[in-house]
Design a protein around this ligand. Structure first.
Ligand code: ZN
Length: 173
């Protein structure tokens, strides 16, 4: 199975959300998570391609040309009020919902994060423009200090859970 991993944003030109107190940038956290996820999935026998780039047209085209079966985008959430917390996974298609459910439930089962559920969107660019079964994981709220601390302490657990969600989906086909 071919898995395309897309850490969101781009360290060169788009930091994504930033924690105002620590300066932690979403683009860096998701890049690290993406590289860890690539290792876990490669070890699980998947073919993996990883791309983080501001040009989402190119990201989607690369995934489509490669013939990815699954597309996993990694992000951190942000909320201006700084009081929202938790993990949510977005999907567009029917099979995307299945993959999102596997990933979300693995994260909920193996960490203490708040479960914000799986959510459908027709508007998210990478979900809309990829041929693969696609999901977008919002791992935690980077602008909430408690959630950031949780994410820093549990990044490996979160990433392993995402990898298990992918292999659960694979096993369920
Ligand atoms: Zn983002």
């Amino acid at each position: 199975m071919k898995i395309f991993i897309n850490p969101g944003h781009d360290p060169r030109v788009d930091s994504g959300a930033v924690n105002p107190n620590t300066g932690t940038r979403e683009c860096d956290v998701v890049r690290q998570a993406g590289e860890m996820l690539a290792d876990y999935l490669t070890n699980a026998g998947c073919e993996v391609k990883i791309m983080q780039d501001d040009d989402l047209d190119m990201v989607c085209a690369t995934s489509n040309e490669w013939g990815a079966d699954l597309f996993v985008s990694l992000h951190c959430n942000a909320c201006n009020a700084h009081n929202a917390r938790g993990t949510e996974t977005w999907y567009k298609s029917f099979n995307g919902q299945r993959l999102a459910n596997y990933i979300q439930s693995q994260i909920i089962r193996s960490t203490t994060t708040i479960d914000r559920g799986v959510k459908q969107s027709d508007g998210l660019w990478v979900l809309k423009h990829t041929d693969a079964v696609a999901v977008l994981v919002e791992m935690a709220f980077i602008d909430n200090d408690d959630d950031l601390e949780f994410m820093n302490a549990n990044l490996d657990k979160i990433v392993r859970a995402i990898a298990r969600g992918v292999t659960d989906y694979q096993g369920g086909i």
